[in-house]
Design a protein around this ligand. Structure first.
Ligand code: UP5
Ligand code: MG
Length: 190
């Protein structure tokens, strides 16, 4: 019996670039399980666990939660899914996240889907989202943008140097962005 290899695609992009929206579309067409690191962390704050308050404080400041916490949540969700194909949305957010995930799971991503979007557009989208997220206010959004530029973009550059980044123009309407995404996930004819 040959064990099937776990397949991971990292979905990265700034706050409000459309990661969650496009992952929902990809799931419907290509059979992946969508794991949003942010959603898993937000669920953890509501579970009343001992880490909950710490996670909430980090999210309110737009800071990156320690790798071990996030990786544990991702691993648990991967095990529970019963699937072997994952979209990991919003992780890794810094060099330490990336190195720790590879060291702990021994998984290298197949590729990195990167949603490229201007800050003004991302800010507009977040401010009109209205889903009650504690970090969707102008002050925290600015902090999230700063952390994205300083800590998360270097991760994209790391994978770009390995030829693994598939960059998408995410400023277009949802349907047009998904057309570009589809091309990337559709197996090439040999
Ligand atoms: N929308 C989407 N696409 C659109 C389009 N093409 N045109 C017009 N509108 C579009 O979209 C945002 C909004 O825009 C929605 O209203 C949507 O309808 C609309 P969404 O798909 O939600 O964008 P997304 O990129 O998922 O935005 P999100 O706000 O979730 O991104 P963040 O990266 O900021 O949030 P995340 O949940 O990943 O992280 C939140 C916090 O958790 C982080 O700041 C950090 O503190 C913490 N965190 C960690 O510490 N570690 C982690 O590993 C992950 C998170
Ligand atoms: Mg999201």
């Amino acid at each position: 019996v040959t064990e099937k290899k776990t397949e991971v695609v990292f979905v990265l992009g700034g706050p409000g670039s459309g990661k969650g929206t496009q992952c929902a579309n990809i799931v419907q067409h290509f059979g992946y399980t969508h794991l949003s690191a942010g959603d898993l962390l937000r669920a953890e704050t509501k579970s009343g666990s001992e880490n909950g308050t710490m996670i909430q404080n980090m999210i309110n400041e737009g800071k990156i939660v320690p790798s071990e916490v996030t990786i544990k949540l991702l691993q648990k969700a991967m095990e529970e899914s019963g699937n072997d194909k994952f979209l990991i949305d919003g992780f890794p957010r810094n060099e330490e996240n990336r190195a720790a995930f590879e060291a702990v799971t021994k998984i290298e991503p197949e590729f990195v889907l990167f949603f490229d979007c201007p800050e003004e557009e991302m800010e507009r989208r977040i401010l009109s989202r209205n889903q009650g997220r504690a970090d969707d206010n102008v002050e925290t959004i600015r902090k999230r943008f700063k952390v994205f530029l300083e800590s998360s973009l270097p991760v994209v550059e790391y994978y770009d140097a390995k030829g693994k980044v598939r960059k998408i123009d995410a400023a277009k309407p949802v349907e047009e962005v998904f057309e570009a995404v589809k091309i990337i996930f559709t197996p090439k004819e040999k």
